[in-house]
Ligand binder design. Sequence first.
Ligand code: DGP
Length: 118
Amino acid sequence: MAENSTPCLFCRIVRREAPGKIVFEDDLVTAFEDVHPRSPTHVLIVPRKHIESLDALGSEDESLIGHLHMVAAQLARDRGIQKTGYRTVINTGAHAGQSVFHIHLHLLGGRSMAWPPG
Ligand code: DGP
């Protein structure tokens, strides 16, 4: 689904048309605090470009998806949570519980986590 055919919540946060606590931004990505944090650190790193999900990635997005992870690692270091560890997650589709169809990398940390996830 194209960004213009449906108002996308995360596109609106990126464009500052919807509220969001933005913690980092560059030419490619915006990172903001999750509105329902599941851990002391819970940041969403999203591409500025609208891409629905991991399943919708094109080969031209290969470096972009790497960049999301580089930003997550830097934010984790900025917060000192690399010392204890953290989790990065991309939910894709119904079984994974994806609820916002603009790809986003969750950065979760600041507490210990169980495995496997529920
Ligand atoms: P997922 O289930 O992987 O699609 O994660 C979507 C996340 O987005 C979820 O953790 C809650 C978060 N979220 C939903 N609506 C908003 C919003 O309006 N603002 C912010 N900051 N986060 C939101």
